[in-house]
Write a protein that binds this ligand. Structure first.
Ligand SMILES: Cc1cc2nc3c(=O)[nH]c(=O)nc-3n(C[C@H](O)[C@H](O)[C@H](O)COP(=O)(O)O)c2cc1C
Length: 203
């Protein structure tokens, strides 16, 4: 009986392992119509000072340039976030604790026409800004392949890719994490990181 239980647990662990891998390793169809959806902030950001184009926006633009994908920026309907970094971190933490779903401006009307969707987000408190959840929950990801990219200042992607997977139910590829200051200040480095990643996921 003990042997049987042990064997059952081993088989289950292997199956679960394979499943997790399969979920993380989905490849894109490089000929499919693709969309890059991203959230990004200007104003004061950690380690880069006052910026007029967000870190994640640089990576989003690079992906669109290399794949020919369309771009959609998630913006708040009423953007009352502070421009100062520390104040923004406090507001963001309150929103995360409250599981807020801030209203966003518009959406992607022809979302059904895209097979591949890139989701780009800064890492906020080891999570996504709540407005990204608003977007994910208000679009139908059935049959889509999702590729997640994250900018951060030390935490990497945290568990953001699996949060995107569980929120959308979509198949997801391997994700990309780029340091915010690299995205902001190192165009060649960002370009190289994006192109290496795109190659890995099927482009
Ligand atoms: C509210 C807030 C929370 C953050 N939390 C983290 C974090 O938990 N880990 C991390 O590595 N970076 C964190 N950062 C840094 C951002 O992930 C980083 O600066 C990112 O590149 C910002 O992207 P953006 O300019 O596109 O908005 C945080 C930044 C903000 C504003």
């Amino acid at each position: 009986m003990k042997m049987f239980l042990f064997a059952l647990l081993t088989v289950s662990a292997v199956l679960i392992g394979f499943n997790a891998n399969a979920q993380e390793k989905k490849m894109v169809n490089k000929n499919a119509k693709a969309l890059v959806v991203y959230f990004s902030r200007t104003g004061e950001q950690y380690s880069v000072g006052n910026i007029t184009k967000g870190n994640t926006a640089y990576v989003a633009d690079e992906i669109a340039a290399q794949t020919g994908a369309d771009l959609f920026e998630i913006k708040l309907k009423n953007d009352t976030y502070p421009a100062a970094y520390k104040a923004l971190t406090e507001v963001a933490l309150q929103e995360k604790k409250a599981k807020a779903r801030p209203e966003i401006a518009g959406g992607v009307a022809n979302f059904a026409g895209y097979e591949t969707v890139f989701i780009g987000t800064p890492n906020w408190w080891a999570d996504m800004p709540m407005a990204v959840y608003t977007f994910l929950e208000s679009h139908d990801f059935k049959s889509k392949t999702v590729a997640v990219f994250v900018t951060h200042e030390g935490s990497g992607a945290s568990s953001i890719p699996s949060k995107v997977q569980s929120t959308t139910g979509a198949d997801i590829t391997e994700s990309l994490a780029v340091a915010g200051h690299t995205a902001q200040n190192d165009r060649a480095g960002t370009k190289a990181a994006v192109s290496a990643w795109l190659k890995k996921i099927g482009y």
